[in-house]
Design a binder for this molecule. Structure first.
Ligand code: SF4
Length: 357
């Protein structure tokens, strides 16, 4: 364990900086409540503040209280989430709202340990809700905080490694205020996020504006960007698929709801077909049409997930005569107005292109 600063000195330095330079006008910093803080924290996982703001506002407008979100159809939740990515977050968000509503009487539990029993809430998110919304003493360790602490102490190693992560948690615990105190605990968590997001940035950190500069070992070494250590390199595998844009004579296209598990779980997508299989044969064999349809292959494009690249070839298939009626879990939609469906990002893009033909 590296030599640490005295906790109160650390708190004095960062809180003084926060009073002058911290962010205080983000939408979830107004009318602070556990529901609003939780919603923002889930959205902010792996996502920038500027991207999150319109989504947060749209969710609060559609679901002002946790009970409203709990009572919503999952399709409406996924629809509003479309474009924010990492859709497991949206499904957990919905499940969590239902648990808070049904098992906790509509109030988020008031301890880090109990918050962590809810779907999608890990230790850092629980710490953020407890400290910001409830004034409890609770450390956090999101990506921003990991970066600040790793640089401050020139901590070697990748934070995804469990030993490195354990050390970072110990450092974060050491610096976090230890007693309940409403505004101090709220501001402390906020300043730790702000320092990482606005000063100790991933590249070109603004060390001359940082309240920790005098104690920062990475700064003293002249190489702040060397920390935290990088993830050991692993090439992402590539997969390929075809997305069939089956169009009926009325111009509508067929979407199907994907299973809950796997990529784009629960979202609506064009039917997939393995590369190398013939779209026209497939449509005949599936009885989507009675005559061989025309199939137009569009240019392939790449969509990247956290674990692999997916090369997608869209194929526009004109069905004739009238195809069979869509079964449950399938829907014929107007590409210009697909309605309230949660859509995978590439599907949304393709619908927009179809609407312009
Ligand atoms: Fe980050 Fe620079 Fe501050 Fe060190 S001095 S914590 S590297 S911004």
């Amino acid at each position: 364990m590296p030599a640490l600063m005295e906790a109160q000195q650390f708190q004095r330095l960062v809180l003084a900086w926060y009073r002058q330079h911290g962010r205080k006008d983000l939408p979830w910093q107004q009318d602070i409540s556990p529901y609003r803080v939780w919603l923002s924290e889930i959205m902010l996982q792996q996502t920038q503040v500027t991207t999150v703001i319109p989504y947060f506002n749209a969710f609060i407008e559609a679901f002002p209280k946790v009970e409203d979100l709990a009572a919503a159809a999952i399709d409406d939740v996924l629809h509003l989430w479309t474009g924010l990515g990492y859709y497991a977050r949206a499904r957990n968000l919905h499940k969590c709202a239902q648990m808070v509503s049904e098992q906790w009487g509509g109030e988020f539990p008031r301890s880090v340990a109990e918050l962590q029993t809810l779907p999608g809430i890990g230790r850092s998110t629980a710490g953020a809700i407890a400290s910001i919304a409830m004034g409890l003493p609770a450390p956090i360790l999101d990506g921003n905080v990991k970066r600040v602490l790793a640089r401050l102490h020139a901590l070697e190693g990748w934070p995804g490694n469990s030993q490195v992560q354990k050390q970072l948690w110990q450092i974060s615990e050491h610096y976090t205020p230890a007693r309940p105190a409403k505004s101090k605990n709220r501001d402390f968590t906020q300043v730790m996020m702000d320092l990482g997001a606005t000063v100790c940035k991933r590249s070109k950190p603004r060390c001359d504006a940082c309240p920790l500069m005098e104690s920062c070992i990475a700064f003293g070494q002249g190489k702040p960007e060397a920390y935290p250590g990088k993830k050991p390199k692993q090439d992402k595998p590539c997969k390929s698929t075809q997305l069939l844009m089956l169009q009926n004579p009325a111009g509508q296209v067929l979407l199907e709801q994907r299973p809950d598990s796997g990529i784009w779980g629960g979202l609506w997508s064009f039917p997939e077909l393995a590369l190398g299989q013939d779209p026209a044969d497939h449509c005949l064999s599936q009885q989507w049409c009675t005559q061989a349809p025309s199939a137009e292959h569009w240019n392939s494009f790449r969509h990247t997930f956290s674990h692999y690249h997916l090369d997608i070839t869209p194929v526009l298939v004109q069905l004739k005569p009238l195809p069979r009626v869509a079964e449950p879990g399938h829907a014929w939609v107007d590409p210009a107005d697909p309605g309230q469906l949660g859509l995978a990002a590439p599907v949304k893009k393709l619908l927009q292109q179809l609407a312009q033909i």
